[in-house]
Design a protein around this ligand. Sequence first.
Ligand code: ZN
Ligand code: ZN
Length: 278
Amino acid sequence: MNFYTTILGSGAALPTVARHCSGQVVNINGFRILLDCGENTQTQLRVYHQRMQAVSQIFITHLHGDHFFGLPGLVSSMHLCGRKEPLDVYAPAGVRAAMELLMQTSGSHLDYELRYHEIVHDEGMELLFENNRCRVSAFPLLHSVPTYGYLIEEKPRGKNPVRRYAYCTDTGYTESFLPYIEGVNLLCIESTFNNAFASVATEKLHCTTLMAATLAQKAHVGELLLTHISARFKEPELLLAEAQTVFPNTAMAADGAQHEVRYFDKIPAAGQGVSDGE
Ligand SMILES: [Zn+2]
Ligand SMILES: [Zn+2]
């Protein structure tokens, strides 16, 4: 397993003991990036044995607290642990002002360079980062504040075709970003609600199980991973079963689980079940 995501938080806005707020470490052939940084991300990194200082690129989908409130604490702890290497943060416009106010008000300083890359485009896909392991691009989602999905593509190694991982949260149902996630090996998308809450989801610009599964089906992805599960659901396996009625190759994220971005020829066929890649 050399291209995989480790789930740090799979819950929605209200964290619970079982599901923390959004965060994932994606390992692309040894290079690690952090997707989202909800409250408690720094301790979740420790719990799941992910080296904090190994992360040099952080991509925040949007500035709602459950995706962003962990960032001030994480950058401060990186300083306390002796970081000297620069850190790049990609996020919607406003991240710099919010962070600088917090750092100034709290009298914090950092002994390393924190570089902000504010994303402002409102249509199309934009390449944000590229090195010898991967490319990371952003595209707009449909939410109540500016929000971006991320596409992580590995660089070709030998004769292997490249695998692609798409991370889309938070978003209401829209087919506007289907072209950017077409045929990805693994699609992680929010499923805050079950189908009984479809009207609430539409109003609040979130997805249900069936909306997420429909997007996966229409985009012809290899596997679907549901995340951002509302704290109201005490039996999340029911949400998984609901999504699988539309898109069988679906798994549900759980804090601490790891999911490989698999080649298409290694993805189990519909109905044969899906392991979590561990
Ligand atoms: Zn959220
Ligand atoms: Zn949100």
